[in-house]
Every structure is written in structure tokens, then in C-alpha cells.
Write a protein that binds this ligand. Structure first.
Ligand SMILES: [Zn+2]
Length: 321
């Protein structure tokens, strides 16, 4: 019988070659690896609006970053998760294509500050998007894990033709001339990063007070608390809705069950907790799909309510988008 192996052996004079079979250090044979993973991209439709989730990487949080969480209760909550790293937060940004415009919501993190981040631009390129074709960047807030893609190592704008759109109180807080001087030492890098990110765009920043439709179908809406002007973006098109809620949730394994467990990075923890409860209630009651900057990639899902706790359910991937 002439099978593939016999054929190969006869072709090389009976010398068996380890074709297409790898041998590992222990001398065991194994199959070759699958090709490298696909880029961190996932695409959805909201009516006529196309939404592409773009992965920037992840941050591993620690329980001590949640100061209102009693250690034993926090550990018990984490122990309920079967995941090896239940306090991992993904970092997602979003590309919105609507009405002939390309709009980013957030831009990934500063890799120099958080080495597990920094995949945003390579994934944006993999999506076929040239930075010069981006019309606007809406910023949910100016923390380091949302602004890293805005500027390069020389402080040059990464998006030469984009305007920045963000809430007035967010812009005012971070660009306050006296903030850097009076900031505690461990907070100064946050301030410097925020100021470095917006500086190259200083002549093309649109600041929004209250709630306003900023681009057709995209409404910036206050979600203040995590930062002074932290905002969500409501996408509405052809009767469908999606709420891009920024940092309403940092740690899914903790905060869906306990929305009152705030993170240390909140400017006003009590306000952040009230805002979280309000958004979770709204998403659950109205069955609005949400997209989160720190939900497991692509960060697209639904919220349901069970007693005083909430649960998150990932949305099924839409093959028609
Ligand atoms: Zn964040």
C-alpha cells in the first residue's frame, strides 16, 4: 500500500525524515502550532453603525486597589470565579463608523506606564484603518489606560486630522495649570500623561457640557465619579442602542456582585458607586447592550439584576456584522 509516508520514504531512498513533525525538548513528538492568533478585533452593528472593538491588552489588578472591600469578603468573591486570574481587566477601545465618519472611543494605554498594554495601534492597523483617516476621538476620560494611543514618544499627535471630544469637567480638571504642582507624587504621572495626551490637540478639542449628540447617532452622556468628567457614549441607530460605558466596571468578578466596591483610582468613590448603580440599573431594566473598556474582550454584553447584585452575560458574536 502506497500511503504518504511510504511515498516520502521511497523518494529519499528509505531514509525517514521528520517531516511536519516537531520534536520537543523531551524528545516527544508534537503537532506544529496553529498560526499566530488573529488580531484583537471584533465587529458589531448597531443599526447602521459599525462598531469594532480593538484590544489594547490587559491589566492585572489587586484586591488592595478596592479599599471598601473587606479582605475576607473580597477573597470569597474571587474564589467563586473558576478563572486563574479573576482580577484581570482587559483594556478595550472602540472604532465607530457612522455617517461617513471614523470615530474612536478611547485609544488604549500608555505602554511605558503599563507594559501589558500597547497593542492598540497594531490592531487598528490590522483593521485597515490609517490614523490619518480618523475624524474624531471621543474620550470617556483621561486616565493612562485610555489615552496612550493619542500621542507618540515625541509628543506628536498620532491622529493628525482628528478632533478630541470630551466632557468639559474632564478637560478642565486635568489641564488645570496648578494641578501638577499640588498633586501628590504618586498622582503626578497620571497628570503628566493626561496633559501630554491632549497637548498636541489643543487647537482642536471640543468640550461638552452635560449630555449632547456629538456626532450623528453618538451622544456623550455624563457618568461622573470615576473622574470629574467621566462619560459614556450612547449609540442609537435604526431603533437599536448600545451603551459604551467606559469605566463603569473595572473588575467584573467583584463589581457586578458588589457595585459599591469602588476602585482607588476613583476621584470621588461615592459618586462613582452611585453612577455605577444607575448605569447597571438602566442597562438591566432596558436590556441595553453595553460595551466596557475593562470587560473581557470584546467587552460587549448585557446586564441582568438578581437581588442587590448584577450579572454580566457576554453578547453572542454577530456573524452578519
Ligand atoms: Zn480605565
Amino acid at each position: 500500500m502506497l500511503n504518504r509516508r511510504n511515498l516520502l520514504m521511497s523518494a529519499v531512498g528509505g531514509i525517514a525524515l521528520p517531516l511536519a513533525v516537531n520534536t520537543n525538548a523531551q524528545g516527544q513528538t508534537s503537532k506544529p502550532r496553529a498560526p499566530a492568533p488573529v488580531p484583537g478585533l471584533a465587529r458589531f452593528k448597531v443599526g447602521d453603525v459599525a462598531v469594532t472593538a480593538i484590544s489594547d491588552g490587559y491589566i492585572d489588578l489587586a484586591l488592595k486597589l478596592f479599599p471598601k472591600t473587606p479582605e475576607a469578603e473580597g477573597q470569597a468573591q474571587l474564589a467563586r470565579s473558576p478563572q486563574a486570574k479573576p482580577l484581570r481587566g482587559h483594556v478595550n477601545a472602540f472604532l465607530i463608523e457612522t455617517d461617513g465618519k471614523r470615530v474612536l472611543i478611547d485609544s488604549g494605554g500608555v505602554k511605558a506606564a503599563i507594559p501589558s498594554l500597547g497593542r492598540f495601534h497594531e490592531n487598528l492597523a490590522a483593521a485597515g484603518i490609517a490614523p490619518g483617516t480618523v475624524d474624531a476621538v471621543i474620550l470617556t476620560h483621561l486616565h493612562v489606560d485610555h489615552i496612550g494611543g493619542l500621542f507618540d514618544a515625541h509628543g506628536v499627535a498620532a491622529f493628525p486630522n482628528a478632533e478630541l471630544i470630551l466632557a468639559e469637567p474632564e478637560y478642565a480638571f486635568w489641564t488645570n495649570p496648578g494641578l501638577l504642582a499640588r498633586a501628590p507624587a504618586d498622582f503626578r504621572p497620571f497628570v503628566q500623561a493626561a496633559q501630554s495626551a491632549v497637548a498636541p490637540y489643543s487647537n482642536r478639542v471640543t468640550r461638552i457640557s452635560g449630555e449632547r449628540e456629538v456626532i450623528k447617532g453618538l451622544t456623550l452622556t455624563p457618568a461622573y465619579g470615576h473622574t470629574p468628567g467621566h462619560s459614556a457614549v450612547r449609540i442609537a441607530s435604526s431603533g437599536q442602542q448600545l451603551l459604551v460605558w467606559g469605566d463603569i466596571i473595572h473588575a467584573p468578578t467583584l463589581q457586578f456582585a458588589r457595585p459599591d466596591w469602588t476602585i482607588v483610582f476613583d476621584t470621588d468613590g461615592d459618586a462613582a458607586a452611585r453612577t455605577r448603580a444607575r448605569y447597571l440599573d438602566m442597562a438591566a431594566a432596558d436590556k441595553i447592550a453595553v460595551m466596557g473598556a475593562h470587560l473581557p474582550f470584546p467587552g460587549h454584553g448585557y446586564v441582568s439584576k438578581a437581588g442587590s447584585a448584577y450579572a454580566y452575560e457576554a453578547a453572542f458574536f454577530d456573524y452578519d456584522a
